[in-house]
Design a protein around this ligand. Structure first.
Ligand SMILES: [Zn+2]
Length: 263
């Protein structure tokens, strides 16, 4: 019984380690590189890094490191006993590692990086092809791309109108785009993965509902603590994690989907 748990726990721990490593180095160097302390930039030796030791100047690793390790090990254990039917445990864990990197970097840096997207598209294409064939894979990716391009241009138009209105009021305008190109690429990748127009649209709707729910709870929280103002509302919210959650439900919890979708 306990022996059965060792492989998924170790594999999950390793997956968490990989997520932490790429989340530490990719935003800084965009490639494989020696890890540095996120507080002071001092290089950390491989041995110290592997065992989560402090940097030479005594800075501890961020709390995210431990949260990621524990969540990865727990999810890996869950996956091991409930492997996704179409792709199985190991591919499922690899996909989870990619999801983790996207979520952590988007939450910490509000960025979806190209190296992550390139690796993700290769993975999604391979998993999509083996799970549901060429036509379904490509039509899923195309649906994601077209829907997100529509959102992207609509968002850009909205941002331009808002900047114009702010300048008219004598305020300094920020040209911040709500939805970035990284989000468009991400949803295209996730479309390849879930496959087909229907599931891709379901994924996008799930993500929007989830994002709406979280934003609503945040507004209620801010209002209750009397810190709500319009600027807080306009804070840039990273969308990447919601899209990943939407795709994650479809890939890992298809039964949950069947209970909400008619037919
Ligand atoms: Zn340091």
């Amino acid at each position: 019984m306990i022996l059965e748990w060792i492989v998924p726990l170790l594999a999950g721990w390793l997956s968490g380690w990989v997520v932490n490593y790429f989340s530490d180095v990719l935003p800084i160097t965009r490639r494989f590189s020696k890890p540095v302390c996120l507080e002071c930039g001092a290089p950390i030796g491989a041995g110290e890094y592997l065992f989560f030791r402090k940097c030479p100047n005594g800075h501890a690793r961020p709390a995210r490191v431990w949260i990621t390790q524990v969540i990865s090990a727990a999810l890996s254990l869950y996956l091991f006993f409930n492997p996704p039917l179409k792709i199985g445990y190991w591919a499922g864990l690899l996909l989870l590692t990619y999801f983790g990197i996207v979520i952590v970097i988007d939450m910490e840096h509000k960025l979806i990086l190209h190296p992550t997207s390139i690796a993700g598209s290769i993975l999604a294409l391979a998993l999509g092809l083996s799970a549901h064939g060429l036509g379904t894979t490509l039509s899923g990716g195309l649906t994601g791309l077209l829907v997100m391009l529509a959102f992207y241009y609509f968002g850009a138009l909205f941002a331009r109108l808002r900047a114009k209105r702010m300048r008219a009021q004598g305020l300094e305008a920020d040209d911040e785009e709500a939805l970035g190109q990284g989000d468009v690429i991400l949803v295209t990748i996730l479309g390849l993965l879930v496959g087909g127009p229907t599931l891709t649209l379901v994924m996008i709707v799930l993500s929007i509902l989830l994002g709406g729910l979280v934003s609503f709870l945040m507004i209620v929280g801010l209002m209750l603590s009397r810190r709500y103002d319009e600027n807080a509302m306009m804070m840039f919210i990273p969308f990447g994690p919601y899209f990943v959650f939407g795709a994650g439900i479809i890939v890992y919890f298809p039964e949950a989907l069947k209970s909400i979708l008619p037919g």
